[in-house]
Design a protein. Structure first.
Length: 257
C-alpha cells in the first residue's frame, strides 16, 4: 500500500479518485487548516479517517504535513486506452482499424529513473494537456508515492501506459499517423522548428544518457534547445517543459488565430 503525506496531493486524490483511498490519518495536536476539508471529503466518500498523535504520523513519514493517506497503487493504463479515450477496444486489431483520436498529444519517456524528475515531468505534462504518457517497463521509475507527491496530484489526471518495448510502440504510433519528435542536444534544429498542431508524440531520454540510439533513430525528427550559458544542458524535467509548452503555444495560436 502506498502513502501520500502532502496536503495538496491528498486533496486531489480525494476529489478525483476517492476509491483509491483506504484510510486517512490526521494529526491530533495542532493540525493544519485544510484538515477540515480533508475530513469533509473523506466523509462524503465514506473513507475512514482517524486523528492520531503526531508521533504516530512521524513513524509513517518523516516529512508529513499533519496528515497521511494510505492509498492503493495507481493502475497503469493500456496504450489502447490512451489512443481510444472513448473506450478501449478489445483487441489490437480494433485499435489499428479505429484510427487515433483527433490530434493526439503524447509523451514518451525513455528510461527516466529519477522519481523527482518523473514527478516534475508528469506535472508539466498534465498542465500542458497531454493525452497520455508512455514508459518502458524496464529502467524507469515507477508510479511511487514520491512521484505522486512531486507531481502535486497531477498524476491522478493522467493516463500512463507501461510498454515492454518502446521502439516497437513508437513504430505502432507512426503507423497511426502520429509524428515522433525527440528532444536531445545536437538535434537537427530548434525545438520550435516543427508543426506541433498535427498528431505528435514527444520523446525524452534519460537524465545521463539521453535517447538510446535506436529510439533516436526511430524518431521522425530530433530537435534541441539552444544553450547560451556556460552550462550546456538542462535538467530533463526542465527540457520537457520547454517542449511541452511549445506544443501548447502552437496549438493555442492555431485555435485562436
Amino acid at each position: 500500500m502506498d502513502k501520500i503525506n502532502r496536503i495538496n496531493p491528498i486533496l486531489e486524490i480525494l476529489r478525483t479518485s476517492p476509491r483509491r483511498v483506504n484510510k486517512i490519518l490526521l494529526q491530533k495536536e495542532g493540525g493544519r487548516r485544510p484538515a477540515g476539508e480533508i475530513v469533509a471529503l473523506a466523509k462524503a466518500a465514506h473513507i475512514p479517517y482517524l486523528f492520531v498523535p503526531k508521533v504516530a504520523l512521524d513513524k509513517l513519514s518523516a516529512y508529513h504535513q499533519g496528515v497521511v493517506a494510505l492509498i492503493a497503487p495507481k493502475e497503469f493504463a493500456s496504450l489502447d486506452e490512451i489512443l481510444n479515450p472513448g473506450g478501449a477496444p478489445s483487441s489490437s486489431e480494433t485499435v489499428k482499424a479505429s484510427g487515433p483520436p483527433p490530434n493526439p498529444f503524447l509523451l514518451l519517456l525513455d528510461e527516466i529513473e529519477d522519481p523527482q524528475n518523473l514527478g516534475a515531468i508528469l506535472r508539466s505534462a498534465e498542465c500542458a494537456g497531454v493525452d497520455g504518457v508512455v514508459l518502458p517497463e524496464r529502467r524507469s521509475a515507477g508510479l511511487t508515492e514520491a512521484v505522486y507527491e512531486v507531481s502535486a496530484g497531477a498524476l491522478e489526471h493522467l493516463k500512463v501506459a507501461r510498454v515492454p518495448n518502446l521502439v516497437q510502440t513508437m513504430e505502432r504510433l507512426k503507423e497511426r499517423g502520429i509524428w515522433l519528435v525527440g528532444a536531445e542536444s545536437g538535434g537537427e534544429g530548434g525545438y520550435w522548428e516543427f508543426d506541433y498542431t498535427q498528431p505528435v508524440g514527444l520523446i525524452l531520454g534519460s537524465e545521463g544518457k539521453g535517447l538510446r540510439p535506436l529510439v533516436r533513430k526511430t524518431c521522425d525528427k530530433v530537435l534541441s534547445i539552444p544553450m547560451r550559458g556556460r552550462v550546456n544542458s538542462l535538467n530533463v524535467a526542465s527540457a520537457a517543459s520547454v517542449f511541452l509548452f511549445e506544443v501548447v503555444r502552437q496549438r493555442t495560436r492555431n485555435d485562436n488565430p
